[in-house]
Design a protein around this ligand. Structure first.
Ligand code: ZN
Length: 239
C-alpha cells in the first residue's frame, strides 16, 4: 500500500516537474510574443522617471549609452544594473558626420564608451548601436572594422518616433501599437527604439500596459542571437 502511495506521489511530482519545464521552456529569439525594449542616448535627468515606470511593471530594458552623458550620471548606470537592465554602447557623442567619418572614428567612439562603462560599472560589453542606426553611415569598410573590433551591431524594427512626436503621447503610443501588431502578424519579435530624452513616462506606462494585456513578454537583448540589424534582418525593415 505504502509503495503504491509513493509511486503515485512520484508520478504526480514527475508530471508537476514536466509541466514546470514546459512553462520555462525558452522561447526562440524571434518569438512574436517577445518585446525587446531599447532606450538610447541616456543617461540623463529623465532616465530616473523611466526607470521608475519599468520598475513598477517589472520590465527589463536595454539601454544604449551615450558616453558624453555618463559623467555626473554614474548613479543611473548603477541603478540600471541593480534593477536588472542591460547596458550597451551607443558611441560618445551624437554627431553623425564625426561618428561615421571613417571606419576608425566609429570604432574609436565605441571603444571609448566601452572603456568608460567598464571604468564606472566593471561591465565589459560588445553590444552596440551606431548613431542614428546602422543605415545612417555604415559602409562595408565600417562593418568590417566594427566586426574586427568585436562589436555586435543592433538596430530595431519598431521605431517609436518619440523623438519626432515628442510629448504627443497618443501618436507615439499608436505608432508603437501599429508596429507591434504588424510584427505579430509577420510572426517576428519586436525591438522597440525609444529615447531617454523623448519617451515620456506616461507613454511608456501605456505601451507596457497595452503589451502586457496582449500577453507580450519584455526581455533584454542579453544573449539574444543572431543579432538583428538592417543588414542582417529578422524581417523587412519598415521604418
Ligand atoms: Zn541615438
Amino acid at each position: 500500500m505504502m509503495k503504491r502511495v509513493l509511486l503515485l506521489m512520484s508520478i504526480f511530482l514527475l508530471i508537476g516537474s514536466l509541466s514546470q519545464a514546459a512553462i520555462q521552456e525558452p522561447k526562440a529569439y524571434n518569438d512574436p510574443s517577445l518585446i525587446y525594449l531599447t532606450l538610447d542616448d541616456g543617461p540623463n535627468w529623465k532616465t530616473g522617471k523611466l526607470l521608475d515606470v519599468l520598475k513598477k511593471h517589472q520590465v527589463k530594458a536595454t539601454f544604449f549609452i551615450l558616453g558624453k552623458n555618463i559623467e555626473g550620471n554614474e548613479h543611473l548606470l548603477h541603478r540600471m544594473i541593480a534593477e536588472g537592465h542591460l547596458i550597451a554602447l551607443h558611441g560618445m557623442r551624437h554627431d553623425r558626420d564625426e561618428f561615421y567619418e571613417t571606419p576608425l572614428t566609429a570604432v574609436r567612439q565605441m571603444q571609448e564608451v566601452q572603456a568608460l562603462i567598464y571604468e564606472v560599472t566593471g561591465i565589459h560589453t560588445n553590444m552596440a548601436r551606431t548613431i542614428y542606426g546602422s543605415d545612417a553611415g555604415m559602409t562595408p569598410a565600417h562593418w568590417q572594422a566594427m566586426t574586427d573590433a568585436g562589436f555586435e551591431i543592433w538596430d530595431w524594427n519598431v521605431g517609436s518616433l518619440d523623438h519626432v512626436y515628442k510629448k504627443d503621447n497618443a501618436r507615439v503610443e499608436q505608432r508603437v501599437f501599429d508596429r507591434l501588431e504588424a510584427n505579430r502578424a509577420a510572426q517576428v519579435a519586436s525591438i522597440i527604439l525609444a529615447h531617454d530624452h523623448s519617451m515620456t513616462p506616461k507613454a511608456l506606462d501605456t505601451i507596457i500596459r497595452y503589451a502586457k494585456e496582449r500577453d507580450y513578454e519584455f526581455r533584454t537583448l542579453e544573449g539574444v542571437q543572431p543579432v538583428h540589424n538592417f543588414s542582417d534582418v529578422w524581417e523587412p525593415h519598415m521604418d
